[in-house]
Design a protein around this ligand. Structure first.
Ligand SMILES: Cc1cc2nc3c(=O)[nH]c(=O)nc-3n(C[C@H](O)[C@H](O)[C@H](O)COP(=O)(O)OP(=O)(O)OC[C@H]3O[C@@H](n4cnc5c(N)ncnc54)[C@H](O)[C@@H]3O)c2cc1C
Length: 369
C-alpha cells in the first residue's frame, strides 16, 4: 500500500486527511468510531485557525458559527472579571464540525476505515505495519492523531501512560440565556467549567474536574449540586437551562503530561503529541495547526524531497518551536484555577491589571496561520 495511514479521525486526523488529499497524496484514515458522534470538548475554536481553514475550504461557514470575542472569568465563590478577547474565536459542536470534515475528506477521495480500532503500529525495514481489529496494512508513513489517550499509547509504551491522571471531563449541550459573543469560565473546587455558544442557538457547557470530587459525591449530579453550585454563576446556569442530552458525555484520565511529537517514527499530531489544558481553549487550534505542518512535510517526503530522517527532524523542530511553550504556559496557568484563593487572585489580577490579563490570554493563544 502506498497510502499514508492516519490513525484517529478527530480534528488533527480529519484536517490532515483533507489537506493531504487536496495536495494529491493518497490517504487512508482509520477511526474507531463512526461519524457523527459527540465528544467531550468546550467547542470554542480560536480564530487563529480561520485563514488556514478558509484557504483550504475547511471553514464550516454553512453552519454560521457564532463569533465569540469577550471572556468572563469567575472565581470559586463567584467573583467575576470581564475582558475583551482580541483574537477571539467561534463556536461549533464537534458533532457537526467533525462530520463536516469527514464528508469533505470523502469527497476529496480519502479512504475511511470506520468502526475500526488500530491495535498496534510497528516499524521495520522502512515500512509500518498497522494492525487493526480486522486486518494488517503496510504503509510508508503513519500520522498518529489518536487523541489524548488510546490503547495504542500502551502498546507503544509511551511513558505518560505509566501515571494515572486525576482529571475527568463532562459535557452537555444546553439552551440558556447567555450572550452569544461571550465565553465564560467558571471555577469550582478542583475544576472549572466553560460555557459558550455553538450552532443553532445552542450552548456547550463543559467542565474539567479532579476525580476526587466524583469519588467524594458518588455521582455526577450529586457532585454538581455539592461542588459546582457553590459558584453562583454555575448554580444559575444549571438551574435555568434546558439540557439537551439525556446524559452528559464523560471522559476520564485526561493527562497533560509532556509527550513527544515523534514516537517510533510515527508523526504525532494533536493531543497525541501533547495536550494543552482546556482552560486555554486552544487544543483544537493546536490540532489544526499541527495537521497543517505535518501534512506539508509529509507531502515533501512523498514527493521525494525529504529523507525520513529530514522529515522527522523538521517536524520535531517545527512542532517544538510552535507549541512547546504554549503547552508549558497552559500547565502553569492551570495552577491558578480550581482553588478558592488562587481563582480569586486570578480574577482580581484580571480586574485590576490590564497588562497581566492580556499577558495571560496572549500566553495561551497563538497567532493566525
Ligand atoms: C474538558 C475539555 C474541554 C476542551 N475544550 C476545548 C475548547 O473549548 N477549545 C479547544 O480548542 N479545545 C478544547 N479541548 C481540547 C480539544 O478537545 C482537543 O485538543 C482536540 O480534540 C484534539 O484533537 P485530536 O484530533 O488530537 O484528538 P481527538 O479529537 O480526541 O480525536 C482522536 C480520535 O482518535 C480516535 N482513536 C483513538 N484511538 C484509536 C485507535 N486505536 N484506532 C482508531 N482510532 C482511534 C478516537 O476515536 C478519536 O476520534 C478540550 C478538551 C477537554 C478534555
Amino acid at each position: 500500500m502506498n497510502s499514508v495511514i492516519i490513525v484517529g479521525g478527530g480534528l488533527a486526523g480529519l484536517v490532515s486527511a483533507n489537506y493531504l488529499a487536496e495536495m494529491g497524496v493518497s490517504v487512508t484514515l482509520i477511526e474507531k468510531k463512526s461519524y457523527p458522534f459527540h465528544r467531550v470538548c468546550g467547542e470554542y475554536i480560536s480564530n487563529e485557525t480561520i485563514p488556514f481553514l478558509k484557504s483550504r475550504g475547511l471553514y464550516p461557514e454553512e453552519f454560521d458559527p457564532p463569533g465569540i470575542n469577550r471572556f468572563q472569568l469567575t472565581s470559586v465563590n463567584g467573583r467575576a472579571a470581564l475582558l475583551p478577547l482580541d483574537l477571539g474565536g467561534f463556536g461549533i459542536s464537534r458533532y457537526t464540525l467533525d462530520h463536516f470534515l469527514y464528508e469533505k475528506a470523502k469527497n476529496r477521495g480519502v479512504t475511511f476505515l470506520l468502526n475500526t480500532e488500530v491495535e498496534s503500529i510497528t516499524f521495520n525495514a522502512d515500512q509500518f505495519l498497522v494492525k487493526t481489529n480486522e486486518s494488517s496494512l503496510s504503509t510508508p508513513l503513519v500520522i498518529g492523531s489518536f487523541g489524548k489517550r488510546s490503547k495504542l499509547d500502551v502498546s507503544m509504551k509511551r511513558p505518560f501512560m505509566q501515571k494515572r491522571s486525576p482529571y475527568a471531563g463532562v459535557k452537555y449541550h444546553i439552551r440558556t440565556d447567555h450572550p452569544a459573543d461571550l465565553i465564560s469560565l467558571h471555577n469550582f473546587k478542583d475544576g472549572y467549567c466553560g460555557l459558550s455558544r455553538i450552532e443553532d442557538g445552542k450552548y456547550t457547557l463543559c467542565y474539567l474536574t479532579h476525580r476526587n470530587n466524583l469519588k467524594m459525591h458518588g455521582n455526577i449530579k450529586a457532585m454538581e449540586e455539592a461542588v459546582l453550585f457553590k459558584n453562583p454563576f454555575l448554580k444559575s446556569v444549571f438551574q435555568n437551562s434546558e439540557f439537551l442530552y439525556e446524559r452528559p458525555e464523560v471522559i476520564n484520565e485526561i493527562s497533560f503530561a509532556t509527550k513527544t511529537p515523534i514516537e517510533n517514527h510515527v508523526l504525532m499530531a494533536g493531543d497525541a503529541a501533547g495536550m494543552i489544558t482546556p482552560l486555554c481553549g486552544n487544543g483544537m487550534a493546536l490540532a489544526i495547526h499541527a495537521a497543517k505542518i505535518v501534512s506539508e512535510l509529509v507531502k515533501e517526503y512523498m514527493d521525494g524531497n525529504l529523507t525520513r530522517e529530514q522529515l522527522e527532524i523538521n517536524y520535531s523542530k517545527k512542532w517544538t518551536s510552535l507549541f512547546a511553550n504554549r503547552l508549558w504556559a497552559g500547565r502553569q496557568i492551570q495552577r491558578l484555577f480550581g482553588d478558592d484563593w488562587t481563582s480569586n487572585l486570578a480574577v482580581n489580577l484580571m480586574r485590576t491589571s490590564k497588562p497581566i490579563a492580556e499577558l495571560i490570554i496572549r500566553k495561551t493563544h497563538g497567532v493566525s496561520f
